[in-house]
Design a protein around this ligand. Sequence first.
Ligand code: ACO
Length: 328
Amino acid sequence: MTKASLISIGAYAPKDILTNYDLEKIVDTSDEWITKRTGIKERRIAKDEFTSDLGYRAALQALERSGLDKSDIDAVICATITPDYFCMPSTACVIANKLGLKDVTAFDISAACTGFIYLLELAKSMIESGAKRNILIIGAEKTSAIMDWSDRSICVLFGDGAGAAVVSARDNNPILDVHTSSDGSKGELLITPGCAIVNPANKDTIENRLNFMKMSGNDVFKIAVNTLTKDVVNILEKNQIPSDNIDLFIPHQANLRIIEAVKQRLNFSDSQCVVTVQKYGNTSSASIPMAMNDAYESSRLKNGSLVLLDAFGGGFTWGSALLYFGGK
Ligand code: ACO
């Protein structure tokens, strides 16, 4: 059977930095509170750029590093909860056009912070079935556009950015396994209630700030820790891989305490674990590929590295993946 391999990684972080000290001037918070509860010190804000601009830059870098020609790409899939447009055109179509790609399959998926894991499962399946050979997958978010900058319980947590990867048909360094799941009964704990079909955009929804993300942080925290711990244990056991065989554990970067809890349960060392939440905050679907790119650029992620990914997000959605890095 044809195997799928992640053959390159790229990322883009907007240049403007918003520190915890900057946030102290916007809401009633402190660097001490944010650092202690989340590990976040700063995040990036896209001022004059849209989600597709961030995704385009990350995708271009991943494409260049893949060694492939633009004409080799036969699909572009973008995971985002902050698309450029409501309904259409998809952000993937906008990015494909910016890249100058012609005649490609292009569509968005919405799986919140688990977006990149869902993308991996899709790309793996499409390649293994023979439907596609080279797929550009992108996690891109302008979360600052759906933040309530008067709500301290949420605006300190998120940031903007994008990450991208090329997944191709290859004989070596395969994506070994991907597991994704969801529980729609908990959707209201992490929700952007307004400005779609249920609560259409009007004076009331805007006045009631329903166009912004709302989160029951404490409930989400507890469920995230328990679910992620079970999920990574399951995927390692299923594939009979002991945790000390993992070269890099690259978790979704939402909160340092969630990462630490899973890390301790699996007995991962600091050198196995990639943490970037301190400098980017939670960039939702972009957080795993951005962290992977950091590991690549600091030479921690190398050709053949065995990598474990995990994520949890709105929906609820969650998932994990095991892969050998196929990039050079
Ligand atoms: N600064 C200062 N105080 C604050 C702030 C702030 N920014 N935010 C909340 N507080 C206060 C609260 O008002 C509360 O005060 P009180 O005790 O007087 O009522 C106190 O701090 C504690 O609030 P909690 O919400 O209980 O704090 P908690 O320890 O749970 O930390 C946090 C909050 C960081 C949000 C945590 O719950 C968390 O990380 N949750 C999970 C986030 C996550 O993983 N989301 C999933 C992915 S996101 C996605 O899919 C899009």
